[in-house]
Design a protein. Structure first.
Length: 283
């Protein structure tokens, strides 16, 4: 979903939707039109390799993923690093708060042996390293784990690295981060992320109407939703589309039947820990 016209989409309709987001931003694709969603490896092939590391991203493409998703923080010395948790205890074995550390401090730990002995010595990757690991024509989904302060440094990195050879999508839970991305990087598609919670009144929120409103307020190009089949159905997607949201992806989908369900609903992507399992189910 960027200005690159060589992206990996299989059906002709999908290629049009993703290759030309600016000119086709207001084209409505009816959910009954068959599409094949892109299979995105969640933190890389994270079922088989240590998440958010170069081995996980490289393995994802060996497993025929259409793209990879990684999580990014801004360090105290202005570097963008790939890591999911706020601190390094779970994957690095020692508790360091990522945003309060320098890159050198974070690289003093290793991030692989918690997964398996063969990954011992794996280091935390920078944004540049992850970007450069993505093959031409594949998708790189950039999840921003912090606030708008990361967007200007991200723009500087992309200005230096990006020449349209890969397909970019930025995602974030924080609405102000989404809005800042659309301000500074208007040519790159951005999805607002949301999970769902049932209130004391029995209503699951956000509703489709509330999602559509957030997208309007932030200028987001679509939404990424926790893939809950008891919430997201034909009626939910129809309401999203009535609200102007014509693009959605779902996470984290490891059951092939779930992947097929969301493909039928018209998801543009399914994010999974097991691309080797989910990929064949939707292609």
């Amino acid at each position: 979903m960027i200005f690159d016209t060589t992206i990996l989409c299989r059906p002709a309709v999908a290629c049009l939707r993703f290759a030309l987001p600016i000119t086709l931003a207001f084209v409505t694709v009816h959910p009954t039109i068959a599409e094949t969603p892109l299979v995105i490896a969640h933190r890389g092939a994270s079922a088989d390799a240590p998440e958010n590391t170069l081995p996980a991203f490289e393995l994802a493409f060996e497993q025929q993923a259409d793209g990879v998703e990684g999580d990014f923080y801004l360090t105290i010395d202005g570097q963008i690093v790939c890591h999911h948790d706020k601190d390094t205890e779970r994957t690095g074995g020692k508790k360091l708060v990522v945003k309060d550390c320098t890159l050198d401090q974070l690289r003093g730990l290793e991030y692989g042996q918690w997964k398996a002995p063969e990954f011992r010595g794996t280091v935390i990757p920078t944004f540049q390293q992850v970007y450069q690991s993505v093959p031409e024509g594949k998708r790189f989904v950039i999840e921003l784990k912090v606030g708008p302060e990361i967007v200007a440094p991200l723009k500087a990195e992309l200005d230096r690295l990006h020449h349209g050879q890969i397909d970019l999508l930025i995602i974030a839970f924080q609405a102000d981060t989404v809005a800042k991305c659309k301000e500074l990087l208007p040519q790159i598609p951005v999805h607002w992320l949301t999970s769902f919670r049932q209130g004391d009144d029995g209503v699951v929120r956000p509703t489709a109407a509330q999602i559509a409103q957030t997208l309007q307020e932030t200028s987001a190009d679509g939404v990424g939703m926790h893939g809950k089949r008891d919430v997201i159905d034909d009626a939910f997607i129809a309401e999203l589309r009535r609200g102007g949201c014509d693009d959605f992806h779902v996470w984290t989908i490891d059951d092939p039947a779930d992947a097929q369900y969301f493909a039928r609903l018209g998801a543009s992507g399914v994010t999974t820990n097991v691309p080797a399992v989910v990929g064949p189910a939707v292609r």
